[in-house]
Ligand binder design. Structure first.
Ligand SMILES: Nc1nc2c(ncn2[C@@H]2O[C@H](COP(=O)(O)OP(=O)(O)O)[C@@H](O)[C@H]2O)c(=O)[nH]1
Ligand SMILES: [Mg+2]
Length: 201
């Protein structure tokens, strides 16, 4: 189980689709889970990616308990013998503490049924994030126990310097970078290549 967290618009849903496409090409059996139940459009967006990729999407109606979706995701993983389930989450609720409580609940639902899971909690960070990115990342990291960072929108003008500072400060690895809106636009993070590119401009 892979849990994706981060603020609204950071690129969680798109990144899930990209990574799912990649894992699918490697021959893994996977499903997507729509635990961002805050907006109907979020569920629909994941469904569309699922259809495009030919992958099952575990979902309930908008407004449903995201913990219940996580529960279904665990059950599907067990009954269908899936290798990986990628769980999408909300990036905004009425307030921050409510969001963090929800992420904590999703996490607990998974870990109670599947010890050692979620295997990774990935914080999706927009490379154009300003200085408040660190505070944001700190709360996600603390509440959702983030294990890695995916830096999106590096194809734009942003150099992602703040995200690198965040990764450093939280002692978290940057594992992938998003370099566009398409399904193929995800690459493993290469520090040497990044530094070279950073200094080149
Ligand atoms: N240029 C660019 N756009 C991206 C990237 N990742 C996501 N996006 C776009 O950012 C917007 C928000 O993405 P979405 O996945 O819906 O974010 P979420 O709210 O965190 O789920 C969409 O228009 C995506 O196409 C990226 O790496 N590069
Ligand atoms: Mg989303």
């Amino acid at each position: 189980m892979l849990l994706f967290v981060g603020v609204n618009g950071s690129g969680k849903t798109t990144t899930i689709a990209k990574l799912a496409g990649r894992l699918q090409r490697e021959g893994r059996s996977i499903a997507l889970a729509a635990a961002d139940t805050f907006r109907a459009a979020a569920i629909e967006q994941l469904r569309i990616w699922g259809e495009q990729l030919g992958l099952p999407v575990i979902a309930q109606r908008a407004g449903a308990d995201p913990g219940a979706v996580a529960f279904d995701a665990v059950a599907a993983a067990e009954s269908r013998g899936l290798d990986v389930v990628l769980i999408d989450t909300a990036g905004r609720l009425q307030n921050k503490s409510q969001l963090m409580a929800e992420l904590g609940k999703i996490r607990r639902v998974v870990e109670r049924r599947l010890p050692g899971q979620p295997r990774h909690v990935l914080l999706v960070l927009d490379a154009t994030t300003g200085q408040n990115g660190l505070a944001q990342a700190e709360s996600f990291s603390r509440e959702a126990r983030v294990t890695g960072i995916i830096l999106t929108k590096l194809d734009g003008t942003a150099k992602g310097g703040i995200a690198v500072a965040i990764a450093d400060s939280l002692r978290l690895p940057i594992v992938f970078v998003g370099v566009g809106e398409g399904i193929e636009d995800l690459a493993p993070f290469d520090l040497d290549a990044y530094v070279e590119w950073l200094l080149a401009a």
